[in-house]
Design a protein around this ligand. Structure first.
Ligand code: NAP
Ligand code: MG
Length: 401
């Protein structure tokens, strides 16, 4: 069979530890035999980041702006232990943070739904995709402990020196106070990314805040979403047969629990932090969550939601067998290849991405899976495979399609 050609490169961001091992297996077994893989390769492994003073991360993000689509392997975010382990010059920042700052994107996290791995919430039949606004609010907050009686105020000083004041609280005893902010341009980018991704994936978009209580702060989020929707997206949504639905956050949570899934849930920063962990654990496994960063300009970066699976890597280094789940990393590749195909009008590439996803899911449905899934599956006859054999089993399924 002739290999599929790619006209434009895909930005490939390699990573660390066990996921770096899986990365190579996936390329060797599932991609290179079928595709003339055209990637611009960036090694985001921690050693290379250290060697280049993290320039490689910045370069990879800029390449994503140039080519439009990237696929990323999980990477180590250094902490004190890693600085020692890798003898680092500095505690380099999280590559995901750096990339997101350059692309100004929103992260969409979606579970991979497969028969045999049933969500805890029995009426959830389709994936629920969470979009988290990753700027501001309590994550960029300023806090104070108030030792005793006294007045706390919000003070805004404009460029001419005029002050506007609001009383927060007149304390009669000890207490606490918190100041937080957001900026309209960031909320606008968030809204556009969400509307674009909803159109892209033909799913309804839900958004919720607490605007009845927070009449200026949360209400601004609601208003900005509505203005952008009315101005730029309403007809496109109608044409695509999808809806934009706004409600209060508590109402949204209640509806999510009773829903069948199959929509995107846009969340403010804190809600997204909390709800994405709830959704991923309820759908089964962190190893079955994909993640895509979508910029308001329409650049896409695909990855698995999990980390580098350090514990498995040390077993691998010690020569022990591992059974690490590669599904989310495979879906990062298929997501990126399909998007590349869509942008380049390359239907063969898009079909291949669909096929590889089907092969992966039917391999699991036939009872062949990694240990993490075997522990939670409802299927009866299960074969637990090691990291490489699972990928080879997917290849065998792919060969029959
Ligand atoms: P992790 O790599 O996601 O792994 C945590 C645990 O979850 C694993 O020990 C394993 O449990 C299970 N697990 C996760 N993915 C799995 C998979 N594909 N197959 C089977 N089991 C899986 O999180 P971490 O150990 O907290 O972080 C390790 C490193 O990853 C850190 O250096 C962190 O900075 C980095 N990280 C990177 C990203 C990213 O690049 N997007 C995201 C998160 C973390 P068992 O050990 O019980 O089998
Ligand atoms: Mg969280």
């Amino acid at each position: 069979m002739e290999k599929i050609k790619m006209t434009t490169p895909l930005v490939e961001m390699d990573g660390d530890e066990m996921t770096r091992i899986l990365w190579q297996y996936i390329k060797d077994e599932l991609l290179l035999p079928y595709i003339d893989l055209n990637t611009e390769y960036y090694d985001l492994g921690l050693e290379k980041r250290n060697e280049t003073n993290d320039q490689v991360t910045i370069d990879s993000a800029n390449a994503t702006k140039k080519y439009g689509v990237a696929v990323k392997c999980a990477t180590i975010t250094p902490n004190a232990a890693r600085v020692k382990e890798y003898n680092l010059k500095e505690m380099w920042k999280s590559p995901n943070g750096t990339i997101r700052a350059i692309l100004d994107g929103t992260v969409f996290r979606a579970p991979i739904v497969v028969k045999g791995i049933e969500p805890c919430v029995k009426n959830w039949k389709k994936p629920i995709t969470i979009a988290r606004h990753a700027y501001g609010d309590v994550y960029k907050g300023t806090e104070m402990k108030i030792p005793g009686p006294g007045k706390v105020e919000l003070v805004y000083t404009d460029e001419k020196g005029n002050e506007t004041r609001e009383l927060v609280h007149d304390f009669t005893g000890a207490g606490i106070v918190q100041g937080m902010h957001n900026i309209n341009s960031s909320i606008e980018s968030f809204a556009r990314s969400c509307f674009n991704y909803a159109l892209d994936t033909k799913q309804d978009l839900w958004f919720a805040t607490k605007d009845t209580i927070s009449k200026k702060y949360d209400h601004t989020f609601k208003d900005i979403f509505q203005e952008i929707f009315d101005k730029d997206y309403a007809p496109k949504f109608e044409e695509a047969g999808i809806e934009y639905f706004y409600t209060l956050i508590d109402d949204a949570v209640a509806r999510v629990m009773k829903s069948q899934g199959g929509y995107i849930w846009a969340c403010k920063n804190y809600d997204g932090d909390v709800m994405s962990d709830m959704i991923s654990s309820a759908f089964g496994s962190l190893a079955m969550m994909t993640s895509v960063l979508v910029s308001p300009e329409g650049y896409y970066e695909y990855e698995a939601a999990h980390g580098t699976v350090q514990r498995h890597y040390y077993k691998h280094l010690a020569g022990e067998e591992t059974s690490t789940n590669s599904v989310a990393t495979i879906f990062a590749w298929t997501g990126a290849l399909r998007k590349r195909g869509e942008m380049d009008s390359n239907p063969a590439l898009m079909e291949f991405a669909d096929k590889l996803e089907k092969a992966t899911l039917s391999t699991i449905e036939s009872g062949k899976m990694t240990k993490d899934l075997a522990l939670i599956t409802t299927l009866k006859d299960v074969t637990v495979l090691n990291s490489l054999d699972f990928i080879r089993a997917i290849r065998a399924t792919l060969e029959t399609m």
